[in-house]
Design a protein around this ligand. Structure first.
Ligand code: SF4
Ligand code: SF4
Length: 391
């Protein structure tokens, strides 16, 4: 097999973060301390070596890139201050930009001013688009879906989800094909026969249920990350609350839509706080807002390795998530106030515009790690299973 050398690779990756791994002399100290090294005695040193010698394909085919938690143990122990954990974060940003073909992720990561202008323009577009079709305000309770027609929101949402899914799928397939080739995994390995299917199902459960939702290794491996931190500020917990909060809000929206579709309740009908879709949405909103607020505070205060360097794209994701959660609560308050407040309509318009932007930009911001990490964890679980069987 021919290995193509990209002499610009290291400098290109460095555009996505400040890590300067040119000082790395492959001593292996980071490998000795990294909690993920159990399956591969060369991680993370090998990934740094790929960048140093210009092995772009190998770098982008490494599942380990996505299993790293940015705990910082490797950087704390590096004798040359090469900062391997920040290099891994920069390499992940580089990979997100490489897997998607439009170039938007690269702009958002490496051109902060233009990226911020694009972000503002996308939100403004959705707001103006919705407002152009607006109906009347007024009445004794907020008639949000008269102000912005429900059908418009629904079909714009469908279009946004379609574009997001297509962009995401292109990125996932590109990444998965690279990793599969690198790992020697083929379609028959995954789907060929009952044993292969059972192994695939087990790897899927491990990637999605145990690791992505349950955060098992994050909890176990990063327990030394911030030993003095109380539970309510642990990285794995605020990460989990953010994921569960986001998924809960998505579930509440889909449930509300399903209830309207089946004729149980029309969208926009006043409902009490304990109504299932409202209750799920409220609890999920609290979870999301708490997680994102702590993430933002940590980044602003640079409390740990993972928050030492923040790109505009990292902030963009947090800001979009926070606005979506916070405006959702403002709407909820407005709905229960005795006299329908006029500001409730404008907050609703802003909420819908930002939520649409959040979903549309998912494959291009740091949010994309939510697509790539489960894929990497799937290959990780497959490799662990294979090594157990052959070991
Ligand atoms: S500890 Fe530092 S110098 Fe040693 S291999 Fe890791 S990054 Fe390179
Ligand atoms: S940041 Fe932590 S998980 Fe990532 S390579 Fe370094 S030691 Fe390993």
């Amino acid at each position: 097999m021919t290995t193509l050398i990209d002499t610009e690779l290291l400098s290109d990756v460095q555009r996505f973060g400040v890590a300067d791994v040119s000082a790395c002399f492959s001593c292996g100290t980071c490998t000795a301390i990294c909690p993920l090294t159990d399956n591969d005695g060369t991680f993370p040193r090998r990934i740094i070596r790929y960048a140093q010698v210009g092995m772009r394909d190998e770098l982008l085919s490494s599942k380990e890139l996505w299993t790293c938690y940015h705990c910082g143990l490797c950087s704390d122990s590096c004798p040359t201050q090469a900062d391997p954990s920040e290099f891994m974060a920069a390499a992940r940003r580089y990979a997100i930009a490489s897997y998607e073909p439009t170039g938007l992720a690269r702009i958002l990561y490496t051109r902060p001013v233009i990226g911020s202008l694009i972000a503002v323009a996308v939100a403004a577009f959705f707001a103006v688009f919705m407002y152009a079709a607006h109906g009347p305000q007024g009445g004794s309770s907020l008639a949000l879906f008269t102000f912005v027609p429900e059908g418009l929101i629904h079909w714009t949402g469908v279009a946004v989800m379609a574009v997001m899914s297509l962009s995401g799928l292109v990125g996932i397939v590109t990444m998965a094909r690279r990793v599969a080739r690198h790992e020697g995994v083929s379609l028959p390995t995954v789907f060929g026969g009952r044993t292969a299917l059972a192994r695939t199902a087990s790897a899927l459960w491990s990637a999605l249920g145990v690791e992505s939702l349950g955060q098992r290794r994050y909890r176990q491996d990063c327990k030394d990350d911030l030993p003095a931190e109380p539970l309510y500020r642990r990285r794995w917990l605020i990460h989990a609350l953010t994921i569960w909060g986001f998924l809960g809000l998505l579930a509440a929206t889909l449930l509300d839509w399903g209830l309207a579709l089946t004729g149980v309740k029309e969208t926009g009908t006043p409902i009490p706080l304990w109504y299932p879709s409202r209750l799920i949405g409220t609890l999920a909103g609290i979870s999301l807002l708490y997680g994102v607020s702590i993430f933002m505070a940590n980044r602003a205060r640079k409390v740990n390795r993972a928050s030492q360097l923040s790109t505009a794209s990292d902030w963009l994701l947090l800001v979009l998530l926070w606005i979506t959660g916070a405006t959702g609560f403002f709407i909820e308050v407005a709905l229960y106030l005795p006299d329908a407040p006029g500001w409730g309509y404008w907050v609703f318009l802003f909420h819908v515009a930002v939520a649409m932007e959040l979903m549309l930009l998912l494959p291009f911001t740091k949010f994309a790690h939510a697509m790539y990490r489960p894929v990497a964890l799937f290959f990780y679980a497959l490799a662990s299973d294979t090594s157990k069987q052959t070991g």
